[in-house]
Design a protein around this ligand. Structure first.
Ligand SMILES: Cc1cc2nc3c(=O)[nH]c(=O)nc-3n(C[C@H](O)[C@H](O)[C@H](O)COP(=O)(O)OP(=O)(O)OC[C@H]3O[C@@H](n4cnc5c(N)ncnc54)[C@H](O)[C@@H]3O)c2cc1C
Ligand code: FES
Length: 591
């Protein structure tokens, strides 16, 4: 019996087992093997197909991991070839070299560090970056050592990135748990399923040829899940932003477990610090009536006029990933196809930027939270807007147009867009320059940006994410203050709304393919929508409505929309907050 035929068979069986397809039936496996066999083996295989001895031999054989690695490596290689990337330093210990598709490799420019070469599976050279791949089924200790070693030599330059490929989505999910982020320092995790689904998207014909059959080996099992749950978070910082009488705060919190939250989604925060002590496990309410009344007994010591009973919704302003620095998006410089595969890490540290409303109970309560407080949040909430979907479209630029505190959730959007290496232009409208300034009194400067003093929110964030202050950021200030000259930006416009310079920009660049995201006051978003119509752009709004439950039950967040030319009401908490702007019934919005 030809060894090659057995190997192909192993491969098919392995894929079957790892993709957790239950019915591993020998006839089915034989048929699948037949479909992927090279023509030269087909006739020989046909002879053995029904032979009992042969069938029992192949059924008892242990699974061949090398065949599995090799098969998927060839799929990934197809993609990297299309992207013009080099693959080098293939460690033959991990592969069935007979089935490696490429023989002559260009190793120039690829890292030649012996510890890395000996312990990794292969390396892909991406512009200035060495993407060092290993397999999740390697020994955990060796993987850990390799991961720590790569981290230690790279010094956050992101010239050497460790990527661990897991066999399937289940293993990937386990690895994404934050505890593994400590074990495998600053590693990206991905899976064969992810690689397959990406290759399928970029070259369906190739994918079909490889699998020869339906897509059943690698179904898209890694669906993005949107399961909100309660998290106990720890407050790290709660600091005022803006000079003098600031009503903006930046709240930083950490969650024990990572939260899979996407831009546009939101969290509902229990804003009351005073409630914390009652949430301790030792506390037992005296009677049911004491917790069901409008003002429970347990809260008798609190000022009943200013006490929130419901959690409040906030968008995410910035996120942090264990062992990855905030500016990694701008340093990584990945091709968007590769980024889509590698974007599997989850954040565990978050920031919201909130405005304290004059008559606002919850936002006033929030200001009292201090370092070390534990608060309950419900997250992630809102419909997932999968950015990976728009990556498939031909786009020249993505614009964010934000007004006031509405800019905050757009910053997180930019964080992700930059990870996917998309060109972003930011149009920011604020009241005055003072409201951008970071109040550093008594606060560790590192907690804002590494520049600390004189940091400017939004502008410094965008710079950290790789936008140029002089060419990518447009700023409008309603008040005509001279301090605006402190901003090194030739695109500062005084005494006008941001929609004015935005309109001029679109007029000058009407040949570009642009997608717009906007968030802020309704009149501003409406104006941006009209500009999008005028210039035929796809545009999205991040809608904010008052919310009581955040999960689609109470209907407090309904928004007049239009579906198929019919007036409609949508619940922003579950149908949004990101909504295509042409679905909003603008005539029915409060001004
Ligand atoms: C998805 C989403 C994301 C949000 N993200 C942010 C954010 O990143 N930063 C931020 O500062 N705010 C954000 N908000 C708004 C924030 O939720 C409200 O400002 C907050 O809930 C007000 O709570 P409060 O208890 O202080 O005010 P309340 O005591 O509940 O109300 C005080 C006054 O403000 C009005 N009001 C309250 N909420 C809203 C609202 N959403 N729209 C219009 N009027 C309102 C009330 O009618 C009332 O007059 C977001 C809202 C949503 C729905
Ligand atoms: S907030 Fe309750 S339905 Fe949307």
């Amino acid at each position: 019996m030809k060894e090659e035929i057995i190997r192909y068979f192993d491969l098919i069986r392995f894929i079957y087992l790892k993709s957790k397809i239950e019915s591993e039936n020998i006839d089915k496996l034989i048929n699948k093997t037949f479909t992927i066999l090279p023509r030269i083996y087909k006739s020989e295989f046909a002879i053995y197909k029904h032979d009992k001895k042969f069938r029992s031999v192949i059924n008892k054989r242990p699974i061949n991991t090398k065949a599995f690695n090799t098969f998927y490596f060839n799929i990934l290689e197809h993609m990297t070839n299309r992207l013009g990337l080099k693959i080098g330093n293939i460690n033959e210990n991990f592969f069935n070299t007979k089935f490696l598709s490429l023989k002559d490799r260009d190793w120039s420019g690829i890292i030649l560090d012996k510890t890395i070469i000996d312990n990794c599976a292969f390396i892909i050279k991406n512009k200035e970056t060495n993407l060092i791949f290993s397999f999740g089924h390697q020994s955990e200790n060796k993987l850990k050592d390799l991961s720590n070693y790569i981290y230690s030599i790279d010094h956050n330059r992101y010239e050497n990135i460790h990527v661990i490929i897991f066999k399937n989505s289940e293993e990937l999910d386990k690895a994404r748990n934050i505890s593994k982020s400590h074990i495998y320092k600053r590693s990206f995790f991905t899976s064969f399923d992810e690689i397959c689904s990406k290759v399928k998207k970029i070259d369906r014909n190739y994918y079909k040829k490889i699998f020869s059959i339906n897509d059943d080996f690698s179904r898209d099992k890694l669906k993005i899940k949107n399961i909100a749950s309660l998290h106990n978070i720890i407050i790290e910082d709660n600091i005022p932003v803006g000079l003098e009488k600031s009503n903006f705060y930046k709240l930083t919190f950490k969650s024990k477990h990572p939260i899979d939250i996407f831009p546009g989604q939101f969290v509902m925060i229990d804003t009351s610090r005073d409630r914390i002590k009652y949430r301790s496990s030792s506390y037992k309410p005296k009677s049911l009536s004491s917790i069901s009344g409008v003002k429970p007994n347990i809260y008798n010591d609190l000022d009943s006029k200013r006490f929130s009973f419901l959690k409040r919704p906030f968008g995410i302003y910035r996120t942090y990933y264990e062992n990855f620095t905030y500016d990694c998006s701008s340093k990584l410089n990945l091709e968007k196809e590769l980024a889509a595969i590698l974007y599997t890490i989850k954040p565990n540290k978050f920031e919201i930027l909130y405005k304290v409303l004059e008559t606002g109970t919850g936002t006033n309560e929030l200001t009292k939270l201090i370092h070390g407080d534990k608060v309950e949040i419900l997250a992630p909430l809102g419909k997932i807007f999968d950015l990976r979907e728009i990556l498939n479209e031909e786009i020249d630029e993505i614009h964010i147009v934000g007004g006031g505190v509405g800019i905050a959730p757009l910053i997180y959007l930019v964080q992700l867009l930059r990870f996917f290496n998309i060109k972003v232009k930011a149009f920011i409208g604020i009241e005055n320059f003072d409201s951008l300034c970071y109040n550093d009194a008594g606060v560790d400067p590192q907690s804002f940006t590494s520049t600390g003093r004189n940091a400017k929110i939004y502008i410094d964030d965008l710079k950290y994410l790789g936008l140029s202050e002089t060419s990518d950021i447009y700023l409008s200030l309603l008040s005509d203050s001279n301090e605006a000259t402190m901003i090194n930006n030739k695109h500062v416009f005084k005494g006008c709304f941001i929609t004015e310079p935005y309109s001029n920009y679109l007029r000058k660049h009407n040949d570009l393919k642009i997608i717009t995201f906007t968030c802020g006051p309704i009149p501003m978003m409406h104006k941006v929508h009209n500009l999008a119509l005028q210039y035929n752009l796809k545009s999205y709004v991040l809608m904010e409505k008052r919310m009581a439950c955040g999960i689609g039950v109470c209907f407090s967040c309904v928004c007049p929309t239009i579906e198929n030319d019919v007036n409609h009401y949508s619940r922003i908490c579950i149908d949004g907050p990101i909504v295509e702007s042409n679905k909003i019934n603008w005539n029915e919005q409060p001004s």
